[in-house]
Design a protein around this ligand. Structure first.
Ligand code: C5P
Length: 237
């Protein structure tokens, strides 16, 4: 099936503290965005790749990526960046049947994850997410409001069975009309959404889960960058 990979890479990266938008921070001398586009290409599943970057980085992204990807300006939040990239992808290739949405921050995602997602789409799934089990015990908390509590103090109010929980990664795969419909509803009636599957679930679409991979970690905090450096050393050793 004709597939496009859309890469939102327009976040500020405040939590990483690199002083530059996260996708343009360097891992072993190469930007996360370049690592990500390389990995997306290497997966061999994409006919077209579109990345959404901050307006001020359009020129530098086009310069470094060349013909490897189409580069567009992102939006104020992740959903807006995905919407902008999806619109560009459909303008460039109206024949697209499936779209993989992949965070630039998951730049070391192995090719097998892309393949598992596209295989599920090929087998008829309308929406697919890669997932991993949860290893920590998960509890619900609330802010403590007693006279002796310090600001930010919390107390535990319940437990969640971790056997039923999964950590969700990208690339997330969608039949193109499902992603379009999901983003059209989000534009009319926005909800807080940290991934695209949430928008498809809201429409009642079944979302299939396939195995993710620890190497597809989302580089968010400085420690993640250190882990990514080690993973890259392993990969090139
Ligand atoms: O903020 P978070 O880490 O969840 O962002 C996930 C991905 O969405 C990152 O690759 C980031 O660059 C992207 N993003 C974007 N446009 C925004 C905010 C985030 O493309 N306005």
């Amino acid at each position: 099936i004709r597939t496009c990979i859309v890469i939102p890479a327009a976040g500020s990266g405040t939590r990483l503290g690199a002083g530059i938008p996260k996708a343009f921070a360097e891992l072993a001398g190469t930007t996360l965005l370049e690592h990500c586009v390389r990995g997306a290409h290497a997966s061999g599943v994409a006919d077209h790749i579109v990345v959404a970057v901050p307006e001020a980085f359009l020129a530098s992204a086009r310069d470094t990526l060349g013909t490897a990807a189409e580069v567009v300006a992102g939006g104020a939040d992740r959903v807006a960046s995905v919407r902008a990239a999806l619109a560009a992808a459909q303008r460039s290739d109206p024949g697209i049947e499936a779209v993989l949405v992949h965070d630039a921050a998951r730049c070391l995602t192995p090719p097998e994850v892309f393949t598992r997602v596209t295989d599920a789409l090929g087998a008829g799934a309308q929406a697919v997410v890669p997932v991993l089990p949860v290893t920590d015990t998960i509890k619900r908390v609330e802010t403590l409001r007693s006279p002796c509590a310090a600001a930010g103090d919390e107390r535990v109010i319940g437990d969640i069975d971790r056997e039923q929980l999964r950590r969700v990664q990208t690339p997330q795969g969608f039949a193109v009309e499902v992603l379009e419909e999901a983003h059209a509803l989000q534009a009319r009636d926005p909800i807080t959404a940290t991934d695209d599957a949430m928008l498809a679930e809201r429409l009642g679409h079944e979302v299939r889960a396939v195995a993710g991979d620890e190497r597809a970690l989302k580089i968010t905090h400085p420690l993640d960058m250190r882990i990514a450096e080690l993973l890259l050393e392993d990969a090139t050793a």
